[in-house]
Design a protein around this ligand. Structure first.
Ligand SMILES: Cc1cc2nc3c(=O)[nH]c(=O)nc-3n(C[C@H](O)[C@H](O)[C@H](O)COP(=O)(O)OP(=O)(O)OC[C@H]3O[C@@H](n4cnc5c(N)ncnc54)[C@H](O)[C@@H]3O)c2cc1C
Length: 434
């Protein structure tokens, strides 16, 4: 069997051959989890020539941190991430605080703090972890197409330079993002379509440096605080926090997609106009105008609901991709699928589906619901929501911003997907043999 390509096949004496489409957070975490589970033949195919992540921050929730720690990547990320001590939910038009939640209890309760960091740091440390594993091979500048499934998965690899070639493998994992070709092929085989439901929302991703903010004491105070701030308004919000040891203020917005809906792009990411962005937040308070005005013309980038088919209002998209990977590391452990029969591999993947589907779908719905609730316009529903925020100030009741609500956090952060996967494998008769 050739490792570099032409007509690669697996045979019963070779190790189980695993191919992964996509080197996003999901693909990188899958490769690492499977290598740590002692698989020895893992290839990751990525259309881009390198990792090339959009420069932006990301929330690193405890359910993600727990897995990254088991994979040996957490320390590197945590060293430059910022711990969120508190969150403040404010009215965008006035900057009036509606709700305030201290987050210190998260570390004690879930064993890891809630941190915020740079996407490049998360991806970089997963990638570094992968590079330390001889089992993992990366093929960048390689596009996957023509995925077929029987008797074993097979697909075409088209390198940017060179001739297309065919690969056969034992297990194919499609981690190719929201516009996944693998999903389209899989559903077609099942006689279903794979239309993506457009959320109608878009986001501006902005990173301001300390240098840009240093002349404005009010803005500098935001950068120096250990706080995630959300400014809400009708159909829109801005969420922001410091990253990179407080050298960068990361700002992410969410608003109806009026300016970009027609922008053709393979990734949903494109450039935006500063003037349009300022107009979208025109009725927000002067401090926010000063903050957005620091964005240089022409450097605004847009990510719609790009990387994952969930709205980002619970900050769980990548965390869920990493949970997927951790569960696959358990269900596909070499000892469980040692006979490499398609029915055994299928059983392992069914257990994966059983553990992941309901949880991921529930969090996608919860994120959408949180968006609806945070984006209320004037009226009865907003009055009711603001009463709940007011009660919170006297220490009573739930937090309307579900991201900061202790009961919702318990459901999200308290779930140890690896333990659940091990339990399910035992229950379903797929024990790990040495
Ligand atoms: C505004 C915004 C804010 C967010 N904030 C957070 C947050 O704070 N916390 C959090 O946990 N999540 C957050 N998310 C979600 C998170 O970014 C995504 O869920 C996560 O990055 C998805 O990773 P993925 O690996 O599944 O997909 P992707 O990152 O999309 O990776 C897919 C990869 O596959 C490659 N690929 C695609 N097709 C092919 C092909 N045919 N051949 C070869 N390669 C291919 C692509 O080039 C890409 O590299 C946010 C999302 C948005 C939009």
């Amino acid at each position: 069997m050739s490792r570099n390509g032409v007509n690669e096949t697996s045979n019963c004496h070779a190790p189980i051959k695993i191919c992964i489409v996509g080197a996003g957070m999901g693909g990188l975490a899958c490769a690492l989890a499977l290598a740590k589970a002692d698989h020895t033949d893992i290839t990751v195919y990525e259309v881009a020539s390198n990792l090339g992540f959009v420069g932006a921050g990301i929330q690193l929730a405890p359910n993600m941190a727990r897995i990254l720690d088991r994979l040996g990547c957490w320390k590197q990320i945590a060293d430059e991430a910022v711990e969120c001590a508190e969150t403040s939910i404010r009215e965008g038009s006035t900057d009036k605080e509606l709700g305030h939640v201290k987050l210190g209890y998260i570390h004690e309760t879930y064993g890891y703090p809630h941190m915020v960091g740079h996407r490049a740091s998360l991806a970089g440390s997963l990638y570094d972890g992968c590079k330390r594993e001889p089992a993992i091979t990366f093929k960048f500048s390689s596009t996957i197409s023509n995925v077929t499934f029987a008797p074993k998965p097979s697909f075409t690899v088209t390198p940017r330079e060179g001739q297309p070639y065919q690969v056969h493998c034992d297990i194919l994992l499609g981690a190719d993002g929201v516009k996944s070709n693998t999903r389209v092929a899989m559903l077609k085989k099942l006689g279903e379509t794979a239309d993506v439901q457009d959320t109608g929302q878009a986001a501006y991703r902005i990173m301001l440096t300390r240098d840009q903010m240093k002349h404005d004491p009010e803005l500098l105070a935001l950068l120096d605080a250990d706080r995630v701030t959300r400014w809400i308004g009708e159909k829109r919000h801005i969420i922001a926090y410091p990253i990179d040891n407080k050298n960068i203020y990361n700002i992410s917005t969410a608003q109806p997609d009026a300016n970009f809906a027609a922008a053709p792009s393979a990734t949903y990411t494109t450039k935006g106009s500063k003037k349009e962005m300022m107009a979208v937040y025109g009725d927000y308070c002067p401090m926010i105008h000063r903050m957005l005005d620091l964005v240089p013309e022409g450097e605004v980038s847009l990510v719609g609901d790009a990387c994952h088919p969930t709205l980002p209002h619970l900050a769980q998209g990548a965390a869920q991709a990493i949970e997927d990977a951790a569960v696959l590391g358990v269900t596909l452990a070499p000892g469980r699928i040692a006979d490499r029969k398609p029915e055994t591999i299928n059983k392992a993947l069914k257990i994966y589906e059983k553990i992941r589907k309901e949880r991921a779908e529930a969090l996608v719905e919860l994120a959408a619901e949180n968006g609806r609730n945070m984006h209320l316009g004037e009226g009865k529903a907003k009055e009711e929501r603001d009463k709940v925020f007011a009660a919170l100030k006297t220490g009573k009741g739930p937090v309307p911003d579900k991201w900061a609500d202790a009961d919702v956090q318990k459901r999200i952060y308290g779930f140890d997907c690896v333990k659940e996967a091990e339990k399910a494998c035992q229950e379903e008769g797929l024990p790990a043999r040495a």
